[in-house]
Design a protein around this ligand. Structure first.
Ligand code: SAM
Ligand code: SF4
Length: 506
């Protein structure tokens, strides 16, 4: 694309009126003085106060900034143990022992921005640039589906060649793919999007194409740091990004996902920022984010900051910040990605994460390439100059599912909630009352059974079937399921899945 048309495209992306409409008296919802004041006033919180706050989380109520700041300021190791235990309890109450898997699909690394921490930034001349054709999108999807995945998140650099129309086409092409499996067939049933902020009209195009969740990370909520790490380009506009998900809600996308890139600035500030973002979404639309992500800064091609930032978050702090988010926003999904090492992933899944990825390839065309070279999606070498950053865990989906099953956790490929209208405020209400968890338990069992029949290795199938027996016994003993015909219907559905029928859900 000619240089002139790139710059004229850039000029028309940001719609100032689609920022201003959400401001209150000209101000956005990140009040830095207020955040620092909460952190300052809550130093050395006493045990009684922390225990009271934990009771509020356990009642599945969102914490306020003051309470969250108190958790952030806990230093006592004994209190931390209580907080880790409470985090797990909250997760079990809302999400039971389920974990949801997804696969990221990087469609393009063309980018007009200069985020100093990212391998895709426009001035990184080492990066091999590529944008997938729709045939390639389908080919990548086939590779992902063959692994057993049912959910995808598509990821794009910000560029006129990967604009909303391209994204909508990619979504539609992904939904078209169907691949025969051992018994049934495989397909992607939910496509989420991680892409730069767009206008309401553009977001409507994604909605019409069948987007699941729209995810935008603020990276850092701290305005001065934001400016330093986004020196120019469209992404330099802090508020255009801050209200990306408000616009998505207005465009009809009622599942939105927030996140911060931990390691750019003080983690305490970022946790408060994520909370204020949640509160502002609740204030405007009556519902908070569907998920929260907390990627940690990871080495990226040619990025000095990605290895030298003074704000990098160590493993212990990372586990603590995930626990605080679990307690502060009890009903929201928490995502841990393959950026993190396997051992740490295990640890944070224990304190409250609900979604993760596996078999992940983040090079453009990475899945197809891995299949061509090795005939498997396992542990291929990572090409630093063709991907955004380096992954910490490259294990296959089957290995991660088996490990979690050994820990007593059931993998859910359920996407039913969305297709039964259990989204947005409806799903939030169900999550808050812990009712969604019950439907999800049934659908988790049905989709896990599908996976075991269609894709699991013999070792995973053996461990998985044992876990299913335990789950089935539990379902049969819970009074909620005996109401009406729920249990009866479920038993029929389970038999249908076992005999090869697919995409059966409650
Ligand atoms: N280009 C779009 C944007 O910036 O919103 C979406 C895709 S971007 C590839 C997805 C996310 O990757 C970013 O929001 C950022 O948080 C994360 N990211 C970028 N560089 C990273 C790094 N070095 N380590 C870990 N995560 C990184
Ligand atoms: Fe581009 Fe996103 Fe990377 Fe920034 S984070 S350089 S916008 S791909």
């Amino acid at each position: 694309m000619a240089v002139k048309s790139i710059s004229s495209w850039i000029d028309q992306v940001i719609k100032q009126e689609e920022i201003d409409k959400y401001l209150i008296k000209g101000e956005d919802f990140i009040d830095e003085i207020e955040i620092y004041r909460h952190l300052e006033e809550n130093q050395n919180p006493d045990k009684k106060r922390i225990r009271d706050i934990l009771q509020k989380s356990l009642a599945i109520k969102r914490l306020n900034p003051d309470e969250t700041a108190a958790l952030i300021q806990v230093k006592d190791p004994e209190m931390w143990e209580e907080m880790f235990t409470a985090g797990l309890k909250v997760k079990q109450k809302v999400y039971d022992n389920r974990i949801v898997f997804f696969a990221p699909l990087y469609c393009s690394n063309l980018c007009v921005n200069s985020c100093v921490y990212c391998g895709f930034r426009k001035d990184n001349t080492h990066e091999k640039r590529r944008i997938l054709t729709m045939e390639e999108v389908q080919e990548e999807t086939r590779a992902v589906v063959t692994e057993g995945h049912k959910r995808m998140i598509v990821v794009f650099g910000e560029h006129p060649l990967s604009d909303a129309e391209y994204m909508a086409e990619a979504i539609k092409n992904i939904y078209k793919v169907k691949v025969p499996a051992r018994q049934g067939y495989g397909e992607i049933r939910r496509v989420n999007v991680n892409a730069a902020p767009m206008s309401i009209d553009e977001l409507k195009k994604l909605w019409e194409a069948g987007i699941g969740t729209y995810q935008v990370f603020q990276e850092t909520y701290h305005k001065k740091m934001y400016k330093e790490v986004h020196p120019n380009g469209l992404k330099a506009n802090y508020r255009w990004r801050l209200y990306a998900l408000h616009r998505a809600m207005d465009a009809g996308i009622d599942d939105v996902a927030i996140g911060a890139l931990f390691g750019l600035y003080d983690w305490r500030f970022e946790v408060m920022g994520l909370l204020y973002h949640t509160i502002d979404l609740e204030r405007h639309f009556g519902i908070g984010p569907h998920t929260i992500s907390f990627p940690r800064l990871t080495p990226a091609s040619g990025s000095w900051l990605s290895t030298h930032s003074p704000w990098k978050v160590d493993d212990d702090t990372f586990k603590k910040l995930v626990t605080i988010l679990r307690l502060a926003v009890p009903y929201t999904g928490l995502i841990i990605t393959a950026r993190e090492r396997a051992d740490l992933r295990r640890e944070v899944i224990k304190v409250g994460c609900t979604q993760t990825d596996a078999s992940t390839k983040i090079g453009i065309g990475g899945y197809t390439e891995a299949l061509k070279v090795l005939n498997t999606l396992q542990n291929t070498n990572q090409d630093e100059d063709a991907q955004q950053f380096i992954l910490g865990d490259t294990r296959r989906l089957d290995d991660v599912i088996r490990e979690l099953a050994e820990m007593g956790m059931i993998t859910s490929f359920c996407t039913a909630g969305y297709r039964c209208g259990r989204t947005g405020d409806k799903i939030m209400g169900l999550l808050k009352s812990c009712t969604e968890g019950k439907f999800c338990k049934l659908n988790a069992v049905l989709t896990f059974k599908e996976y075991l029949e269609d894709y699991a290795s013999p070792e995973t199938k053996a461990i998985g079937e044992k876990l299913l027996e335990k789950e089935l016994a539990e379902i049969r003993s819970i009074p909620f399921f005996k109401r009406g015909k729920l249990l009866e219907n479920f038993e029929t559905y389970y038999q249908r899945v076992a005999s090869g029928e697919r995409d059966v859900y409650i």
